[in-house]
Every structure is written in structure tokens, then in C-alpha cells.
Design a protein around this ligand. Sequence first.
Ligand SMILES: [Zn+2]
Length: 279
Amino acid sequence: MSDIDGMGTERATCWLAPNPSAMTLDGTNTWVIGEPGAEEVVVIDPGPKDGVHLRRVVDAITAQGRRVGQVLLTHGHPDHSAGAKKFAELAAAAASGGAGGAGGAGGRGGSGVPVRALDPRHRLGDEGLAEGDVIITGGLELRVMETPGHSNDSLTFWLPADRAVLTGDTVLGYGTTVLEGRLGDYLSSLDRLRRFSEDVEAATILPGHGPKLDDPIGALDHYITHRRERLAQVEAAVEAGARTAKEVVARVYADVDKSLWPAAEWSVQSQLDYLNERS
Ligand SMILES: [Zn+2]
């Protein structure tokens, strides 16, 4: 299957979901994160509602004698979130089954495993996620940053113990991300992640799709440069007479596979909005 399945750091391991496509690259990266020896782990982005994938991850955690303390979502897109509730149920069942009738094995609020996200529609339980939150599970610390742009609810998680940045779809292992949110927000998010990665000397980016990136600053510089170049191309297309996002895509993305054009339209619309706001 590629080196993506099983990649990671000392504390984070990727479980690749079997949903490859032009948009999801090799598939969605589900991240299981735990302190060595700790019983409780955190799972980021269970992925699509694929029973085989969800069970594979839960079974592996259970086989290690561990259980899921909480599920976190980088954002609400279905390739990351659609399986979250089912995953939480499976994880809660595995924890109570494995606990041999200990009762209330899931910790908070009975046997439930919470799903936490910025957008309340994607949560299970009362707890959300927001800028500055610090999550501590089984001795593991994760910090939450709001990084809108790919979507309005996009989050990035910082795993200080491994100096790893979990970017969801804000930065991918290769290619570039589609923008559903505002380009101005996205550029700010990239600048912020670049500054942050420099300040904390981040060692690796663990993305929502594709391989990990062991040169975070280089990867972010590449993303920032790409965005500026695309923006200049969009600006040129508008000057040359393109009026709608569709017309801009036909000019700027002429060399890109047509199956990606509808998604590119979202990105172009963000860029047109950005140029309009700026003028
Ligand atoms: Zn995705």
C-alpha cells in the first residue's frame, strides 16, 4: 500500500484509509497518538465511514492493550469525519468489553468516547475544540490552533513531544489543497504555521493526506510561493478577460486533469473574492 500506512513519529502512527482519489490522494490519514506505555490514546480523523478501516484501527489499539480517550477532527469534511461517530461507538464498545465489566470504562460521561471538533455539528458529546486548547490524554499533550482556509473549521494540532505539526488538509504531503474558505484566511494560516514551525523548531508535518514532510519550513515556503503564483495567474486571467471562476479555471488550470476543475473552481472563487476585497 505505500509507506504512508504505518508512518509517523515515536508517538503518532498513521493508519491509511482505503479511500484514494484525486482529492484525497492516497486516502485519508487517520492518526493514532499516544505516550509510550500509556493506556489511553487520541485518534485524529477516523476517516470515511468505512467499517473495515474503522475496525482495523480500533482492533489495533485494543490489541496493544490501549483504549481511545477521545477523537479529534482536523475539520468536518466527510473524508475525515464521516466515520467519527461509528468509530467512537466501536472504541467505546472495545474499551468496555476489554475492561471485563469494570463499568464506565470510557471515562468521562459514562462509556462514551467524545468526538471533538471546532464545528459543533461534528461533535459527539459536549466538548468542542478551539484556539489555544491544550488536550492532555494519557500524559500526552496536544495544542490546538485554528488555521482556516481549506475550510472555515480547519484546525492544526501541535504535538510538542515529537515536535510534529498535524495539519489536516491545510498542508498536504504533496500537491496543493483546495480552498473552500477565504484565501486571506488561508494565507494568514500558512504564514502563522511557518512562523510557528520556525519558533518551535518543528521537525515534521503529519498531514491529512499523503506522506509526512520532514522539512516543515521548506514545505510551507513551497505552499506560500505556490499560492502567490496562482494568485498572480488568476489576476492575469482576469486582466485578460476571464469573468467567472469557470473561465479562470479554463485558463489557469489548462494543464491540470479536468476531473479536478470543479474543485479548482472553489479555489479560484476564493482568489477572486480575495482580489475583490483587496481592490
Ligand atoms: Zn481531506
